[in-house]
Design a protein around this ligand. Structure first.
Ligand code: NAP
Length: 212
């Protein structure tokens, strides 16, 4: 069933809304040094947990993600929410406490999925949207910022459309070689403004860029 893009309930302005009142769309990904977001087998097996390691939870109240990744994503977080003691399919390990916390948050958070083919979702608060115009309209509605979860094609096309204000990357110390590049389908050159660099555990680096 195609779900309409719902209006957010009128709510008090949150402190993290920009001065102009526009919600930011923030893309956040875990990538290899050579810019791959997954290996040839279809997952980023170098990522040990898919928790919110970007500090986004207090800042966002909606997620956008592509039709390519939505079915597996929904399955992953539903499994963690329902059976938090069982190993999950992407990592093959039992979820971490941070993943369990994120699973609880994410199943209650509205999701907006650009897709022309998907028609049904397990989560009632999922809406299928047709294209960048509907994401632009979502950003005009009141609310906190919006997390652009992925995947590669959706992120590249929404950055090309000028709809993404911030890019948060966690770079893993690995040259992945074969695999899907985060910016493999990007069409335009775009300058970035480095806002924060942080060294994380296990050789990872957190980078936050503003997108002009
Ligand atoms: N490393 C990380 O942090 C990370 C994070 C997220 C995802 N991922 C990986 O990313 C992979 C999925 O990425 P993906 O590039 O294959 O697929 P995707 O970006 O998730 O989805 C692409 C699909 O979205 C729909 N779509 C609608 N409007 C679009 C538009 N304007 N631009 C692009 N797509 C649009 C199309 O579906 P229809 O054909 O239905 O119209 C298209 O086939 C997953 O396998 C996941 O592992 C990695």
């Amino acid at each position: 069933m195609q779900l309409p893009l719902k209006n957010h309930p009128t709510q008090k302005r949150e402190t993290n809304e920009t001065e102009a009142g526009m919600r930011k769309l923030i893309a956040a990904m875990k990538i290899s040094v050579d810019g791959k977001m997954e290996g040839p087998q279809g997952s980023a097996d170098w990522v040990e947990a898919w928790s919110d390691d970007y500090g986004l939870m207090p800042q966002i109240d909606a997620c956008v993600l592509g039709g390519g990744m939505y079915p597996g994503y929904q399955q992953y977080w539903t499994a963690i929410q329902k059976e938090p003691d069982k190993p999950v399919w992407i990592t093959g390990s039992a979820p971490t406490p941070a993943e369990i916390e994120w699973a609880r948050f994410v199943v209650q958070t509205p999701h907006y999925v650009p897709s022309s083919t998907l028609t049904s979702a397990l989560w009632r608060n999922t809406s299928f949207v047709r294209g960048p115009e509907e994401i632009a309209a979502l950003k005009q509605q009141p609310g906190k910022d919006i997390y652009l979860v992925g995947g590669a094609r959706t992120t590249a096309s929404l950055i090309d459309a000028g709809l993404v204000e911030e890019l948060r990357l966690i770079v893993y110390p690995l040259i992945a070689g074969e695999g899907k590049a985060l910016f493999g389908t990007t069409e335009r050159r775009r300058g970035l403004e480095l806002r924060k660099v942080q060294q994380l555990s296990q050789g990872r680096v957190s980078l936050i860029y503003g997108i002009g």
